[in-house]
Design a protein around this ligand. Structure first.
Ligand code: BT5
Length: 272
């Protein structure tokens, strides 16, 4: 089980992770933290679990993770911003997570890895998913009263032992580097990086977040299949706009901005 006392002792933050709940088994860290949020838990509260019986992604898709090998946790934010900022907060979290991975590898003298972002919430290495982020919010009067950011990152689970559903699409930091990853240290590094950047991003109302995010996205110009709330369509990815929405050109040449959806296939031949 994750050594929670060690995390508490080593953590150098003033808000994030100062209230920390660690579980051996839970249904979902996001679901639990949403309940705590409704009961008035403070900003920065973190819930971590070694195993989830109902870990999920968007649209109730399952998040699969073997017991005690990876990191599964959720953080509570109370940003006092309009709903419009939700997407940008999620993109900021991906940046923070990518920075943490780089810091960790550097601190352990491991070779750097090329992390790329897939809209809206995936971190990929060599086209395989290393991590997913799920944001769930409690809204009041168009404002974000509380936002729970759930992070699943594959640290130590070897790819060959992953369940067949994800074996061909996922990867883990251990499989990439060949080295075991210290979960306690990684979690502390993430919280520290989060606190440092969260303050910076909030101060500037998330200016530049999208530009920073785009630097790591290599999907622009790709012809893809996009699952939208209104059905699937083929389009060319053009941009991610200032609000963090996906901008694509449909087959009639019309530009569309998508707030929620999914890029399901990116194997179309394109000359763009
Ligand atoms: C996500 O959803 O990628 C967000 C996942 C967030 C999980 C965390 S764990 C802690 C917290 N508590 C929760 O209950 N959730 C959060 P989405 O974009 O919908 O992607 C889900 C898809 O990712 C699945 O349908 C699988 O194809 C794939 N997947 C599932 N488990 C995976 C894994 N361990 N590694 C890589 N891909 C995985």
């Amino acid at each position: 089980m994750l050594n929670c006392d060690k995390v508490r002792a080593d953590l150098r933050t003033s808000i994030f992770g100062r209230t920390l709940y660690c579980f051996q088994v839970i249904d979902s860290t996001n679901a639990y933290l949403l309940t705590l949020a409704r009961d008035g838990a403070p900003e920065g509260t973190v819930v971590q679990a070694d195993f989830q019986t109902a870990g999920h992604g968007r649209q109730k898709r399952r998040w699969l993770s073997a017991p005690g090998q990876n990191l599964l946790f959720s953080i509570l934010l109370k940003p006092e911003l309009e709903i419009d900022y939700s997407k940008k907060i999620m993109l900021a979290t991906a940046i923070i997570l990518a920075n943490t991975i780089e810091n960790y590898l550097q601190a352990h003298q491991l070779d750097p890895v090329q992390i790329s972002f897939k809209w809206p919430n995936d971190l990929l290495v060599n086209g395989r998913k290393l991590s997913g982020i799920l944001a769930e919010s409690i809204l009041r009067d168009k404002k974000i009263e509380a936002m729970v950011l759930g992070i699943g990152i594959n640290l130590n689970e070897p790819v060959e032992k992953m369940p067949p559903e994800i074996r061909d699409i996922a990867t883990s930091l251990r499989s990439i580097t060949g080295q075991p990853i210290d979960r306690e240290e990684f979690l502390c590094m993430f919280m520290q990086e989060f606190e440092k950047n969260y303050e910076r991003f909030e101060r500037n109302f998330y200016d530049h977040v999208v530009d920073e995010w785009k630097e790591r996205c290599d999907q622009f110009g790709q012809k893809v299949t996009i699952r939208t709330p209104f059905g699937e369509e083929i389009g060319i990815i053009k941009d991610v706009n200032e609000s963090g929405y996906l901008v694509y050109e449909d087959q009639k040449g019309v530009l569309k901005a998508l707030i929620a959806g999914e890029i399901t296939k990116s194997n179309h031949v394109t000359d763009v």
